[in-house]
Ligand binder design. Structure first.
Ligand SMILES: *Cc1c(COP(=O)(O)O)cnc(C)c1O
Length: 334
């Protein structure tokens, strides 16, 4: 049982079968039928002109930033944004693109008044503000559709492009019970991680218009991301969306259940009513030695992250029974 992340999911038998049988070619020549099929299908499925299969979410987000921004440009994003905090500063390191982080509200949105104040005037002293990058879900929170519509109006008013880090955008769609297009239609580009809750072993998608994807293919090659017979991966990736997108709501129910059960554990407290998707945060009393606790549980085959707050993640490889077993083991260990 692994509660550290939804990246730990293993490919299903159907995925392994599809991988074994996938027709392949050299994707750098555009010759891989399975990659071409995935990219065309994904573009149609999401109402976009084009899609690009990438090695990871980090690569897909970096490509988006490199496509929207030139050297000396900047992007607005949340202070909590993955593509600001957790991607090694790639846009600055590799693109000479400056991030302009703005504090997120607790619900994950960024107030437009603060965003507006961060836009630089057209003056040679400043970087050129080009892009607003949002994230959905962010720390497990779902951005409201009304906020996305306002974000579109905001970028149109200020002549910016709008990108979505949608690593877990299917979790957002499941939580809102809407078709994915209801979320992504507001954006000029977006990314999806196929290797998290959707269960593929490797890969992310970047979606955008033809011009953006053409540019992204060039940057991807430069970054060493020109893969060859990667159709083996694309075959699993397509199944990930087709088979696992709708079951994400089970993970969300399990996450709320886990939050409620954790409240019966001395020293742990959560707010189940604030759990929106598959990620929950628990307050843990400081007298609990989390490192020792994690070690004890690890010896029983249960993996958790430590932290204040402690982050726990549900996914297709943890069932409701697993959660009951975890809670019993946790109480025993304490
Ligand atoms: C995981 C994640 C990424 C990056 O994905 P990798 O495939 O791990 O590189 C980007 N954004 C968000 C919000 C993520 O959770």
């Amino acid at each position: 049982m692994d509660f550290r992340s939804d990246t730990v999911t293993r490919p299903s038998d159907a995925m392994r079968q599809a991988m074994a049988n996938a027709p392949v070619g050299d994707d750098v020549y555009g010759d891989d039928p399975s990659i071409n099929d995935l990219e065309q299908w994904a573009a149609e499925q999401h109402g976009f002109e084009a899609a690009l299969f990438c090695s990871s979410g980090t690569q897909a987000n970096l490509l988006a930033l490199l496509c929207h921004c030139e050297r000396g440009d900047e992007y607005l994003c949340g202070q909590q944004a993955h593509n600001y905090r957790f991607e090694g500063g790639g846009a600055a390191v590799l693109g000479s693109i400056q991030p302009q982080p703005v504090e997120n509200d607790p619900d994950g949105t960024i107030p437009f008044s603060k965003l507006e104040a961060a836009i630089k005037p057209d003056d040679l002293h400043f970087a050129r503000t080009r892009l607003l990058s949002l994230e959905n879900t962010i720390n497990g929170k779902v951005l409201p559709l009304s906020y996305l519509a306002e974000a579109r109006a905001f970028v149109d008013q200020h002549n910016l492009a709008l990108h979505l880090d949608g690593a877990r955008v299917y979790n957002a769609a499941a939580a809102l019970d809407v078709d994915i297009t209801e979320i992504v239609k507001y954006f000029d580009s977006f990314t999806i991680c196929l290797s998290k809750g959707l269960g593929a072993p490797v890969g992310s998608l970047l979606l955008g218009d033809q011009a953006l994807i053409k540019k992204a293919i060039r940057w991807r090659k430069m970054l060493g991301g020109g893969m060859r017979q990667a159709g083996i991966l694309a075959a699993a990736a397509k199944i990930a969306i087709q088979e696992n997108a709708t079951r994400l709501r089970e993970d969300h129910e399990n996450s709320r259940y886990l939050a409620a059960q954790l409240n019966t554990v001395p020293g742990f407290s959560t707010k189940p009513e604030f759990v929106e998707t598959n990620i929950l945060f628990a307050k843990v009393d400081s007298h609990i030695n989390q490192t020792a606790l994690a070690e004890t549980l690890k010896n029983q085959g249960i993996l958790i992250s430590t932290g204040h707050p402690m982050r726990l993640v549900t996914h297709l490889d943890v069932s409701r029974d697993d959660i009951d077993d975890f809670i019993s083991a946790l109480k025993a260990a304490l």
